[in-house]
Design a protein around this ligand. Sequence first.
Ligand code: 2HG
Ligand code: ZN
Length: 496
Amino acid sequence: MARDHVLETLRDAIGDTPVLTDPDIMAGYVGDWTGRFVGRTAAVVRPANTAGVAAVVEICARHETPLVPQGGNTGLVGGGVPTRGEIVLSLRGLTDTLSVDAAAAQATVGAGVLVSALHAAASAAGLAYGVDLASRDSATVGGTVATNAGGLRVLQHGDTRAQLLGVEAVVGDGSIISHLAGLPRDNTGYHLPSLLAGSEGTLGVVTAVRVRLVPATRARAVGLLGFASVEQAVTAASLLRNGLPALAAAEFMLSPGLDLVIRACHLSRPLRGRHAAYLLIEIADKTGAYAVGSGTAVGGIPGSGTASRNIAGRGITGTGSAGRATVLETLADAVAGLPGVQDASLAGDARGCRALWAYRERHTESISTFGTPVKMDVTLPLAVLPSFVETVPATVTGIAPEARTWLFGHVAEGNVHVNVTGTGGEAEDRRIEDAVFGLVADNGGSISTEHGIGTAKRRWLPLNRSPSEIAAFRRIKQALDPAGILNPNVLLPDAP
Ligand code: 2HG
Ligand code: ZN
């Protein structure tokens, strides 16, 4: 009854803003993409502007009615799911603001704008947005801010937090904080964009942001390299990161994952044989330092580092001016100098680059063909990453003998995605998470790297954060959300 009264008040206060209560329509808002987290709600509210968001938050605060802010609903840790019957505050309607200031190399963006739309707007101005991720066509900019999304270009441009020059948000009492001028030097107090990034809707509802843009990539080249061991792949990634300033991405995959993607997505084998570990690397020319090259894709070159030299000699049709190499030639040279490369396939044209990226980007959808996975997203110091990757599958089968473990991720930052399929249910999932997160913490790693804590990992936060830190988190939340209505069931563990 009290809830009905809140809904009536919302309808009156926000006029045309839809307050959706039809179960069929709400079905798209109460569960996440993976299917692991499904909640329930009395209503989904979709304001079209910041004032509408402020009205909703103010009413909910007054009636002590919890809400869950939600963007594109592509999160993987249940952070946008109404697990305890909260009202869903969808920000997908906040799409009106998208303006690029080319001279300042910045953009002001509404929370509901898709990441791919921001990419398109930046590109139309001859620039680029530094964060990219496989879910770019469904993820909203606001959602990526709230989760501090990482993605595929962290190596080059940092995470979402690193792009933020200003934020507009509605805090827990319904008031609007807005600082969107985008001054690159601005030392006037607390840096609220940093605080709100990764706060998962617990401190404020992000309604717009001012982000920095980066130079567009003039040319790129991508390589898929096969190695006999994870250790060799990790060593190669470190060498490339330290020696190749234009390195834009370094991702790793393992043989079972690559085989699965090939099967599930009907792709051809990128290299002739199978290899224990693979690196997907990209170099990007942002400055015009490289010669323009026609960049023919070359695949399945057998042999060692020396064979890679054959790549440069045989297949690449660089048309660069004398003395300057194309990106593809530079990549081929770098690969040729790398120890442990058993085979390599390189591409310097847009189609070939996309085709190689697919083997990495399509892991998530391919793994989902086995059902709903347990997803863990962890970072290990590089020195222990190979032994971690080798230990985890046995740790998992020690608990769930039928389960399969899939490992891949952003190797340059030591970020491993651990997906487990075929477990025997929730109790077993819990024991697997306990074991894997314990291993991560024992090795000095982080239990959440880019997906956030959400509802999925809140009970393990104390593995990485001390009681004093968690107490400080609670005090910050209390200050910005005194009624405790903003996404109250994520991030922080239940109060002792
Ligand atoms: C990726 O890197 C995403 O592709 C998803 O972060 C990872 O599915 C996952 O576990
Ligand atoms: Zn990732």
